[in-house]
Write a protein that binds this ligand. Structure first.
Ligand SMILES: [Zn+2]
Length: 387
């Protein structure tokens, strides 16, 4: 997933001038993610707090380049990105490509690379938003991604070779071929997400979900696939005669689920686990609208890089703020929506969507333009519709 630089691209004179005096380096960037297994225990990694990039567009358009054949650039745009209020690093981007970057930090942000042996020894020297995202995802796959913390700690090596993604070569259609452990992603018959059609559901009275959510702390992490909050607190869902503890929640854009042919801007997945290790995921669909207070708290503390983990003060997270008032739901058995696509997950999709503001949505989509798995066949599964 490394962006290809077109061949024969000419370099703007300004870039040459700057690249002559600036040391080439990569920089840090924004991002977020989705745990390989929804219920993974948090991987305690110290946060490398990096300032948010500030972008300044200084000149455009530059003079067209005269060239022949396919080597034609009609416009050039020179952009200087300053990362950090104190001028931590500066990069020059011309025509969408980073030509030069300087980092005044004495310690390179890649000092936390314990997996250099995996082949990801260096950071890409491009810091355009897309390159940043690509880099973040690749790094996420190395650092955690599909690998469970235990396997991760074992640092075998082969667990770092497969980088599943939501798009491209390593996207959902190829997950099963990336690793034997991911085979269920293709062979499973009870996969998630699904498209719920009320014409095919089994409507009727169903038990009331009992949410016992209390203000909690925890931490928010960008795992390279999503923004995830690992909770430390007392949050329990009682359903089907079992007590499921809320472990973490995370987001997808767009929503993975569809209902009656309608898609949604986002979805929050609230991942619960009971004493037997069984998972129950509550899906809260999200449309644009009023700002959400809980998401505001999380976004305010948005991690800045993969495995950057930001602590949340005790009591800050009130999960009731993301539950709709109408708690009717759809219910079916499905799977994790990310590799290894493990089945046997109880899904509870809330019927009433919540809302986020356009700004809240924009912030997430900047990090994750697309982190949703396509809908999977129901294969005759029963979908209960609680009335
Ligand atoms: Zn999810």
């Amino acid at each position: 997933m490394k962006p290809q630089r077109p061949p024969h691209r000419r370099i703007h004179p300004l870039a040459l001038a700057l690249s002559g005096c600036l040391a080439l380096s990569a920089n840090h960037s924004l991002a977020a993610d989705h745990g390989a297994a929804h219920a993974e225990a948090p991987a305690d990694k110290p946060a490398a707090h990096a300032p948010a990039p500030v972008q300044e567009t200084h000149a455009e358009p530059a003079a067209p380049q005269s060239s022949s054949g396919q080597d034609t650039i009609s416009r050039l745009k020179a952009v200087i990105e300053r990362h950090g209020a104190k001028g931590g690093s500066v990069s020059l981007r011309v025509g969408g490509h980073v030509i030069a970057a300087a980092n005044s930090h004495s310690a390179a942000p890649s000092a936390d690379e314990p997996h250099a042996a995996s082949g990801h020894k260096t950071r890409p020297a491009k810091v355009s938003p897309k390159a940043s995202r690509d880099y973040i995802r690749a790094r996420a796959a190395v650092l955690s991604g599909h690998a469970a913390p235990e396997a991760h700690a074992a640092a075998g090596g082969d667990s770092h070779e497969v980088h599943w993604e939501h798009q491209g070569e390593n996207g959902p259609q190829n997950w099963a071929s990336l690793k034997p452990e991911f085979s269920t992603c293709a062979t499973g018959q009870r996969q998630s997400p699904v498209h719920i059609l009320e014409t095919e559901t089994m409507p009727g009275k169903a038990e009331i979900l009992r949410f016992d959510y209390r203000p909690s702390g925890g931490s928010v992490v960008n795992n390279g696939h999503t923004v995830q909050v690992d909770l430390a607190g007392d949050n329990t869902l009682y359903v089907r005669g079992s007590a499921y503890k809320l472990i973490q929640f995370h987001f997808h854009h767009p929503a993975e689920e569809r209902v009656n042919y309608k898609g949604f801007s986002m979805v929050a997945h609230l991942v619960h686990k009971n004493a037997e290790g069984q998972l129950a995921v509550v899906a809260v669909l999200i449309d644009p609208g009023a700002e959400n207070a809980l998401i505001d708290q999380v976004w305010t503390r948005m991690p800045l890089d993969v495995q950057d983990r930001v602590g949340l003060p005790a009591g800050l997270i009130d999960m009731n703020q993301i539950l709709p008032a109408d708690q009717r739901y759809y219910q079916f058995i499905g799977s994790l929506t990310t590799p290894p696509c493990t089945e046997g997950v109880l899904w509870l999709v809330m019927k009433q969507p919540m809302t986020v503001s356009r700004d809240q949505l924009k912030l997430f989509t900047h990090l994750y333009p697309m982190n949703a798995r396509p809908v999977q066949a129901l294969n005759g599964r029963l979908v209960r519709e609680a009335l």
